[in-house]
Design a binder for this molecule. Structure first.
Ligand code: SF4
Ligand code: SF4
Length: 370
């Protein structure tokens, strides 16, 4: 298994500069040959938000990767399935669809004729484009994630699952570690051949949809999603072993057995660490004592972090209601823009917070009141 990870400093979205850095990273990490190959680029488009919100992979990074691949003879396809995905979706707010028009890359709607692929002992619905291309290149974004702590290369693969099928997986794998395990299975079933993380401006605080953009100043590349995520979460100031997907991947040993096996190329990692990066609480998957306490506290629902709806901010768009895999939320029958949670149905997947674009869903402990 290739365990090379390359990190390059980059502090602005300058497409020409990014192309040069991608060339360097791709060569350093032995990226696959792309001449005459059909290549799918899979950015992170959680919701179709403007680049300034840092929710999606920046269009300059997508454009730079398209032009890099085209210059090497590839035919490039681009697509992702946002949380709420309507047929005919084109990512115009993020600027990624316009980049496709400008460069001649082919935009793909993942909802068209999805196919099933094996997953563990069962199967899962996946965008059928993956059966038509030779290579997949994933472009994750450097962001916090309320449920998974950090959304990196391993998590970005979930966007290949079209539409609400993604959210439904939360109802199947309700526990954080079970969901992490599912994500690793998915990466085993649908292998991306290279990963380039947009960490030029990342997202701290309540990611992946409502966090705060923050300069993180890096591009990170690897053919190994686990090795990449370990370096990215280190730069974010986490103990990388506290991240569920990292911890479980090391336990499985398929992608990486030991962080010490990573062949790192880049500036001294200590010099890149964001010590004041606003982190997600409740980390510590790799720590036995933490897991013991966490698993017991999980049984006391009052002590869990949960969605709290801020009615003054709500615009009544109903996106949270559409995505909730448990039908745990409804709109109040009399009060305008007032979302009501049935707490006993809620599995704390935080999908409602991901899709709310009005800062009307906070994830926190609420010990008293409803
Ligand atoms: S209310 Fe929010 S956190 Fe609870 S199950 Fe629904 S989407 Fe998940
Ligand atoms: S809470 Fe957010 S997502 Fe839900 S209806 Fe209100 S504004 Fe829309």
């Amino acid at each position: 298994m290739n365990t090379k990870v390359a990190v390059r400093k980059c502090d602005k979205y300058d497409t020409e500069e990014i192309i040069n850095l991608i060339t360097d990273i791709y060569t350093t990490c032995d990226g696959p040959e792309v001449n005459n190959k059909k290549v799918l680029l899979k950015p992170n488009i959680l919701i179709d938000a403007e680049p300034s919100r840092c929710v999606s992979t920046h269009p300059s990074v997508v454009e730079a990767m398209i032009r890099f691949l085209q210059s090497r003879g590839a035919i490039v396809y681009v697509g992702d399935s946002p949380s709420i995905h309507m047929r005919g979706f084109r990512s115009t707010n993020s600027g990624i669809y316009q980049v496709c028009e400008k460069t001649g890359a082919i935009w793909v709607d993942f909802l068209i004729n999805p196919s099933d692929v094996p997953l563990g002992n069962g199967k899962i619905r996946i965008a059928s484009i993956i059966t038509e291309v030779d290579l997949i290149i994933s472009l994750p974004k450097f962001k916090n994630h309320e449920l998974m702590i950090f959304t990196g290369a391993v998590k970005n693969t979930l966007g290949l699952v079209p539409g609400l099928t993604k959210a439904k997986q939360h109802a199947i794998y309700q526990d954080r570690d079970k969901f992490a395990s599912f994500l690793l299975d998915l990466n085993d079933s649908v292998i991306s051949h290279f990963f380039l993380m947009d960490g030029i401006i990342g997202m701290e605080g309540p990611g992946p949809g409502q966090g705060i953009p923050v300069k993180t100043g890096v591009l990170i590349g690897s053919s190994n999603p686990v090795a990449l995520d370990i370096k990215a979460t280190t730069i974010a100031g986490y103990d990388p072993i506290s991240i569920p997907t990292n911890y479980l991947a090391l336990k499985r040993g398929k992608w990486l057995k030991d962080p010490a096996d990573i062949i790192y190329d880049g500036p001294e990692i200590e010099s890149l660490i964001k010590k004041d990066f606003k982190k997600i609480p409740d980390t510590g998957s790799g720590n036995k004592a933490f897991r013991f306490v966490y698993n017991r506290l999980k049984r006391i629902r009052r002590l869990q972090r949960r969605p709290v709806f801020i009615h003054e901010n709500c615009i009544g768009c109903r996106e949270c209601i559409k995505i909730c895999p448990q039908n745990a939320i409804v709109m109040h029958c009399e009060k305008k823009n007032h979302v009501v949670l049935t707490d006993r149905k809620c599995i704390r997947c935080f999908c409602c917070s991901e899709v709310c674009q009005s800062n009307a869903v906070e994830i926190r402990r609420k010990l008293f009141g409803v």
